[in-house]
Write a protein that binds this ligand. Structure first.
Ligand code: BTN
Length: 243
């Protein structure tokens, strides 16, 4: 396997498991924890992450990107989303990155990412990325995030560890770019991969609903939208909703 791998049957959350491990002992960069089942998988905004046992990919890995300033932490999110998007694209078309870091197939969510960074001064001490990808699950009972699995898209079952291996290889090569400070291809690829990159779509912010197009995503992760009157506004995470 390309990275140090810990495979466990059950945990509350692979993010928690890896956090505890890193606090206890010295852990190699890229150490990956993968679980068959999570009893309380965590999502963004305090949501939970649901997955049937053995069906899907549930994993976390750790980076120590001390070279990266905290204000540039969105780059980690970008390389993780890109690696996953590109891997999923080898199985199906229509995969995109919904800003800031959900992975979509058409209008449905196939993967969620939860990145938890520990900052030290101006830099990032430790970054734990937790990823849930719906692979072989045949049906979903909660409709909330509009979920879809690779199986539902292609009618095929996949080897979860093969998908994991390929994703980690892709993340490692993007991480090398980041270490060399070659961020231009990362930013360009990320923008090209965005969900609803083309055309006008409906959004909602604190002032209500509006039609807008995506202009770009700034280095700190701010999404710039332009409405029908050519007015541009920037949003941080959670400040705008896609309708
Ligand atoms: C989201 O879209 O809200 C993020 C979901 C992240 C889920 C993954 S599953 C593996 C890892 N462990 C967790 O508890 N959460 C992440």
């Amino acid at each position: 396997f390309p990275v140090p791998l810990i495979h466990i049957r059950e945990t509350n959350s692979t993010n928690n498991y890896l956090q505890t491990l890193c606090a206890k002992e010295k852990v190699e960069e890229f150490t990956t924890v993968v679980a068959d089942f999570q009893t309380s998988g965590r999502g963004q905004r305090g949501n939970s992450w649901e997955s049937e046992p053995f069906k899907n990919l549930l994993f976390s890995f750790v980076l120590f990107p001390e070279f990266l300033e905290a204000r540039r932490q969105f780059l980690i999110s970008q390389i993780v989303s890109l690696a996953i998007k590109e891997e999923l694209n080898t199985y199906t078309d229509d995969i995109s990155i919904k800003w800031p870091n959900d992975i979509y197939w058409k209008e449905k969510k196939i993967c969620g990412i939860l990145i938890e960074n520990d900052l030290m001064g101006r830099n990032i001490n430790q970054s734990i990325a937790g990823i849930g990808i719906n692979i072989n699950q045949e049906e979903f009972h909660s409709l909330a995030p509009n979920p879809v699995s690779l199986y539902q898209i292609t009618g095929k079952q996949y080897d979860i560890f093969e998908v994991l291996k390929n994703i980690m290889l892709r993340i490692q090569s993007y991480y090398k770019l980041l270490q060399k400070d070659e961020t231009a291809p990362i930013v360009t690829q990320y923008e090209k991969s965005l969900f609803r990159k083309e055309g006008m779509h409906r959004y909602r912010d604190a002032n209500g609903e509006f039609l807008a197009r995506i202009v770009c995503v700034e280095p700190e992760g701010r999404l710039i939208l332009e409405d029908e009157t050519q007015n541009q506004r920037g949003y941080m995470f959670k400040e705008v909703e896609y309708l």
